[in-house]
Write a protein that binds this ligand. Structure first.
Ligand SMILES: Cc1cc2nc3c(=O)[nH]c(=O)nc-3n(C[C@H](O)[C@H](O)[C@H](O)COP(=O)(O)OP(=O)(O)OC[C@H]3O[C@@H](n4cnc5c(N)ncnc54)[C@H](O)[C@@H]3O)c2cc1C
Length: 417
């Protein structure tokens, strides 16, 4: 990267990492352009609600000057957690007893609202929607030439890869690619639950419910008048990018899921049979840990592009946002930009290294049926490290084909409290 005073900064990807980075840069008077392959904000379903913790997502939003906006859009987290055996017996019931007023409690926000809030905070024209990066070619002096799928191109002094798990920027600094953990979520949605799905509302309660055992499981989470169920399947890790069910089409997927969950009680199987609309398939991938790369002039990574990790910790969004804020803050200092990027990379890696994995991988947890809180506690630290865990998991049942229909996405749910 050159040492000119106002570097040309390009962020690739308008996810939480890229948008926070751009917002904090602009707050400090630095110019930035964000290139995003989606054609507009809000065209993609983003997966329901997310917890923003005080030391991660909330801190990033403070640096972005958006705390009041977060407070207006978020709710306190609902701490209720229930645990069932596959036979339908309720073995843990931590009741929801009103909003948690603790200062450190996470805020819950719908991902679509968070995305809209961040996108709206940027100066008009900052995000170039409909620009998929095809390649970034080093100029040899720290600059890069970016080529997009609409035929346009741009020159940059710093290209920031905030383009998620399958980053196009990452190969500039690292040969690492995501590995399938063996865990796949098949997501199902229930709307207007108290009226239309009382059995599901009763099962999940005002928080989350879990049932695990037999290398699979069910997770339900209340989101206002909606409930999102994750039907969890475990397969052999690293086999392929998509797993785990062969048939195409909602009815065929449902029939296959019912076969797999034949040993689960009817009371739980409503999460498979009664959903509104289609299922959504989300295979869980991770990058090797720690994912490091030699400091490379003119390029760096944020968020999932830098450290794709187990979603069971439920903090990937917060880390991505804080990456964006921290990089922007280092760049705003009166320092040579290359040194600012190196300082960010050191800080981000140290923060990520503090999140140690517990003993169990998600797939191992789903083999167990627990009669106490131990499964819930294990989820909080679950990790999967390719190399350390690769190949050690039992194959549950491998369909011969990946799911071919990434089924139509449900309408983005809205919180009503
Ligand atoms: C199933 C599942 C459940 C999860 N649950 C949680 C949870 O409960 N809580 C939590 O905190 N985290 C959760 N996560 C993780 C969380 O979603 C990510 O950590 C977070 O979205 C990372 O943000 P990001 O900005 O780095 O990447 P992304 O959110 O992936 O954003 C990347 C952006 O880059 C764009 N892009 C990609 N390629 C290009 C290109 N070539 N050119 C231009 N634009 C491009 C994409 O369209 C996208 O908008 C979950 C993840 C998964 C898979």
């Amino acid at each position: 990267m050159t040492s000119r005073r106002t570097p040309r900064i390009a962020v690739i990807g308008a996810g939480p990492a890229g948008l926070v980075c751009a917002r904090v840069l602009q707050r400090h008077g630095l110019g930035v352009t964000v290139y995003e392959s989606d054609t507009a904000a809000g065209v993609r379903e983003r997966g329901g609600i997310v917890d923003l913790h005080a030391d991660l997502g909330q801190r990033a939003l403070r640096e972005a000057g958006l705390t009041a906006e977060l407070q207006a859009a978020a709710s306190p987290s609902e701490p209720g957690r229930r645990m069932f055996t596959p036979q339908g017996e309720l073995v843990v019931d931590d009741e929801f007893d009103g909003p948690d007023e603790d200062e450190g409690a996470p805020s819950v926000i719908d991902r679509a609202r968070l995305h809209a809030l961040l996108a709206a905070s940027l100066e008009p024209g900052t995000v170039r929607w409909g620009h998929r990066l095809l390649s970034a070619t080093p100029g040899g002096d720290g600059t890069h030439r970016l080529a997009f799928d609409d035929g346009s191109a741009a020159e940059t002094d710093l290209v920031i890869g905030a383009d998620g798990a399958w980053s196009t920027v990452r190969p500039l600094v690292s040969a690492a690619t995501p590995v399938h953990t063996g865990v796949t979520f098949v997501e199902a949605w229930f709307h207007d639950v108290d009226r239309a799905h009382p059995a599901v509302a009763e099962l999940v309660g005002y928080g989350q419910m879990f049932a695990t055992g037999g290398g699979k499981g069910l997770i339900g989470r209340r989101d206002g008048e909606h409930i999102r169920a994750r039907i969890v399947l475990c397969d052999e890790p690293g086999r392929r990018r998509t797993a785990c069910i062969a048939p195409a089409g909602t009815a065929a997927v449902r029939a296959e899921l019912l076969k797999r969950f034949a040993g689960y009680h009817e009371r739980l199987r409503v999460l498979i049979t009664d959903n509104d609309g289609p299922y959504v398939h989300r295979a869980v991938h991770v990058l090797p840990r720690p994912h490091t790369w030699p400091h490379t002039p003119g390029v760096t990574l944020l968020g999932d592009a830098a450290h794709l990790w187990s979603p069971f910790r439920a903090d990937g969004t917060g880390h991505a946002m804080l990456d964006g804020a921290e990089l922007a803050l280092f760049l705003a200092r009166p320092d040579e930009p290359g040194r600012a990027v190196a300082a960010y990379e050191t800080t981000m890696r140290a923060r990520r290294a503090r999140n140690r994995d517990g003993g169990a991988t998600p797939a191992q947890i789903f083999r167990r049926t627990s009669r106490d809180r131990s499964v819930l506690t294990d989820f909080d630290t679950a990790g999967y490290e390719p190399g350390r865990h690769g190949g050690d998991l039992r194959t549950v049942q491998v369909g011969p084909l990946p799911v071919r229909d990434r089924l139509r996405q449900p309408a983005a749910p809205r919180r009503s409290w």
